[in-house]
Ligand binder design. Structure first.
Ligand SMILES: *Cc1c(COP(=O)(O)O)cnc(C)c1O
Length: 406
């Protein structure tokens, strides 16, 4: 099943224009999006209540089913993705788990990319087998790998992520979208709907941790899935039972964030490219990964399907595990915190934090070295960031501070 690529729901205005006004459900008199904090809704008659309870996607019955503020957020994402519909969740993992457990049954088979957000990978490795769901991992950057692993009649889901955490591997959306039979899904969190629209490449479902760039201010925990009305309606039926429903407060923050999403992404991409070039010029930095750099292994593919390189940069600092630790503790403008896509530049050291439970060979299979650093470039001036990274790299290179003798 694919969405008609030439059937956007609204006039062909630029995304930057649409983002300013997307996501309003109300009578149209409030300029700002309206918060509906209510958990439930008053219905005048029994017939109204029954209609609300049984109509798929209802936003006036009970907030676990749907809510006008959450619905506004869903409308905005559907509009930016060129989707018929979207469903919000209480987190990105709420969205991932609804797609996997809502669409697959015992005996089914999934093809998943090896390079994945760590929690998604763990869901496939540890939870799916408990429910009798078989998962085959493939290298998402290897041409044809997804299609070759599909077992006709058995494979229900093909799951990719692009650009992928943490080394920013890029997968071919056209190739994924061309796979017939199973439902194809892309976690497009690192791209946001501004850099790429997987549905326009024939992919069936696109999902996001809207906690990241979409809400964009580190003040909302939120997920979303967009696709055809048929698939989203099916997911809605599961989501009402799963219970990972989005909070109206978070949805409000996300609609607020969407208004500046295109200009934030543009600025972050511009700064990330300049920072990546500065890092590439340093002798104590290796393997700078940025989709917008010609040295990125999938640079041409990235530039075909993404409007710019995005706000994430990955590199390896000299000195291995200790070098990486020293670097993330030495930055002064950037801050050591997990998450991404906000105004503040954040650095993470996967080998000692998000991927600490992986064995060395598993780390290597994910392309993660002991000194790998992931940077989410924020909205600070890039000259200040370059200076900050330079002093932190000097600290990392200097080695451990000798204990003071007193
Ligand atoms: C953060 C993230 C998730 C999980 O989202 P939460 O909102 O933290 O649940 C999934 N995929 C990617 C790529 C992410 O960055």
């Amino acid at each position: 099943m694919t969405n008609d690529p030439d059937a956007p729901a609204r006039p062909a205005l630029d995304a930057q224009t649409r983002a300013v006004r997307a996501g309003r459900r109300g009578d149209g008199t409030s300029l700002a999006p309206v918060l509906w904090p209510t958990s439930t809704f008053v219905t005048p008659t029994v017939d109204d209540a029954r209609r609300m309870a049984t109509s798929v996607g209802s936003d006036r019955f009970y907030t676990r089913y749907g809510n006008p503020t959450v619905g506004g957020f869903e409308d905005a994402i559907a509009e930016l993705e060129g989707a018929e519909a979207a469903r919000a969740f209480s987190s990105g993992m709420g969205a991932v788990s609804a797609v996997v457990l809502g669409l697959c049954s015992s005996g089914d088979h999934i093809v998943a990319q090896r390079q994945l957000y760590a929690a998604t990978q763990l869901l496939f490795q540890a939870v799916c087998p408990r429910f009798g769901i078989d998962v085959t991992f493939v290298d998402g950057t290897e041409p044809g790998a997804f299609a070759a692993a599909v077992r006709p009649g058995k494979t229900v889901l093909v799951f990719g992520e692009t650009p992928a955490n943490p080394k920013l591997d890029v997968i071919d959306l056209d190739a994924l979208g061309a796979i017939a039979g199973p439902i194809t899904v892309v976690d497009a969190t690192f791209g946001t709907p501004i850099l790429q629209q997987p549905l326009r490449h024939g992919v069936d479902l696109v999902l996001h941790s809207a906690t990241k760039g979409i809400a964009g201010h580190n003040d909302a925990t939120l997920g979303v899935v967009a696709g055809s009305r048929e698939l989203i309606d099916w997911l809605w039926g599961f989501a009402v039972l799963q219970g990972a429903s989005a909070s109206p407060y978070d949805a409000l923050n996300a609609i607020r964030g969407i208004r500046t999403l295109p200009i934030r992404i543009r600025q972050q991409s511009e700064s990330a490219l300049v920072l990546a070039r500065a890092l590439e010029a340093r002798p104590d930095v290796e393997d700078v990964r940025y989709p917008g750099l010609p040295s990125h292994p999938q640079h041409e593919l990235a530039m075909r399907q993404m409007s710019s390189g995005g706000g994430l940069v990955t590199f390896d600092v000299a000195g291995g595990l200790e070098g990486g630790r020293r670097f993330v503790e030495a930055v002064r403008i950037a801050q050591l915190a997990t998450s991404l896509g906000g105004p503040e530049t954040l650095v993470t050291h996967p080998a000692s934090t998000t991927h600490v439970n992986l064995l060395p060979d598993e780390l290597a299979a994910n392309g993660i070295g002991p000194g790998t650093i992931r940077v989410s470039v924020g909205l600070e001036h890039v000259d200040d960031l370059i200076a900050d990274f330079a002093q932190a790299l000097d600290v990392a290179a200097a080695g451990p501070v000798p204990p003071s003798v007193s």
